[in-house]
Design a protein around this ligand. Sequence first.
Ligand code: ADP
Ligand code: MG
Ligand code: MG
Length: 257
Amino acid sequence: SHVLKIENLHVSVEGKPILRGVNLEMKHGEIHALMGPNGSGKSTLGLVVAGHPGYEVTQGSITLDGVDLLAMEADGRARAGIFMAFQRPVAVPGVKMADFLRHATTNVRRPDRKEGEELIAMREFRKELKDKMQQLKMDPEFARRYVNDGFSGGEMKRAEILQLAMLQPKFAILDETDSGLDADAVRLASTSIAEIGREKMGLLIITHHDKLLEHNPPEFTHVMLGGRIVETAGMELAKELHAQGYDRIRAAYPEAD
Ligand code: ADP
Ligand code: MG
Ligand code: MG
């Protein structure tokens, strides 16, 4: 079984400390919910795990099955089995979803493939993509759209789910934060995770939608405040925070805020 381990992680942006000693351990097959008020550092944690440039790790470690992820670029981490959807994705004009997915899927399945070497066979890939899209009840036309070109919030979600289904990462970080998703998109995300098979990955879900967690009950709920995880409990903590907000947390950890 795979383990993603974050230990005493300190991260700064332009010299300003943002994460201040994060500890988090996730196993394959587990769902973890990451909650916390706006600006507490949730997205930063996801981006740092995925290897997004611009964040300086000043202390601590991130390992996947004991292998140091911090020594790898984002691309290497993706090949190692880490997935994070782009929150503010860039449009890639002229690249269709299907082609993008074929490249990404090849990279993950053949981590030692060199630039310029063959991609996974087209027929094989097309069939798998078609099957997955059918399973997820997606319009096959979607694979012919250009990546993120004019995607609505719901379509970005759909692209994320399709990547998840095709890439089959060991660990996935789903960050919901700012984008207003309509009810359909939340329903799609909620049910697709079950469809893809939660037991096949570890999931870190950053969300404000209680629907998502209702359909995908987390084993662990973590609350972040001021760049630290201040509390960890089960699903009941997510329920409490959805119902009552963060007043209790702020009062309990004034030094963190
Ligand atoms: P959350 O996702 O919990 O809302 P973020 O991780 O987005 O929180 O942000 C945590 C803090 O770090 C905020 O104060 C935010 O302004 C700051 N921050 C995050 N990324 C950057 C960045 N690239 N440059 C400057 N400040 C940043
Ligand atoms: Mg935010
Ligand atoms: Mg955020």
